[in-house]
Design a protein around this ligand. Sequence first.
Ligand code: 8IG
Length: 285
Amino acid sequence: MNYEAVARAVTAIAHRTGRDHHRLAVVLGSGLSGYAATLPGAIEVPYTEIPGFPVPGVAGHAGSLFSAEYDGAGVLVLAGRVHLYEGWEMDDLVLAVRTAVASGCSTVILTNAAGGAGDSTAPGDLVLIRDHINLTGRNPLFGPNDDRLGPRFPDMSTVYQQQLRDRARRIAATVQVPLGEGVYAWFPGPSYETPAEVQMAKRLGADLVGMSTVPEAIAVRHMGGQVLGISLVTNFAAGLSETPLSHEEVTATANACRDQITRLLGALIPELAADAGGETGAAAT
Ligand code: 8IG
């Protein structure tokens, strides 16, 4: 990965937001970008104005970075992400989260909309990601390793730290938002799975199926950041219900759950921003 590309984006964000340090980053997934509009006093920087940032092309994925402050702690909210199925390179998929970690964000919350494959998952559920399975055969760390970002062979035994999940569940309880827990399987998309593929993922241990998040989680762990993963289940995975899958169903469920998501993120962001030290986010400038 091009370390200089990360450093350029870090500099641009510091310049445009007037904050040279942020502590917590939140990536808003499909249908969840609307949350950014609720941020108090946030400064918006369109991705088009951040050097190197890929601009999402899919409906339901916005493309702006927001910088807000909670008790003096800077928070970066990334509304919109790009996906493998759009034809982007791995470096593009992870540039935003790498920039966030290099800007000082020692914790990154990755959110997504996902299909539910688990026996007890249903549309509308919010689920903490306990672990992931990479079914794409791709990895954002392919290519020469830049030791300034992280090690060649990073450990992935605790990508989504239990301590952070426990903390998130306690915070969510204070705003009456129940959180499930499950394993997320990363499929390349853009076609949804066949029923046989969903059965395969289930047997491998997956409860959630989706097309994002995993490359970002790997890139954040590579740099020593902490990851909290949250899936909003927007549909039963293929073959688990009678209804055919559609992007419209996904968007409709995300809209119906807006209230819950707003309450959850509204509680998590200030608390986790206060927890997050700057110590793992090595400045790239
Ligand atoms: I939203 O059922 C959403 N994203 N792979 N499968 C996959 N990705 C998804 C799904 C799903 N629902």
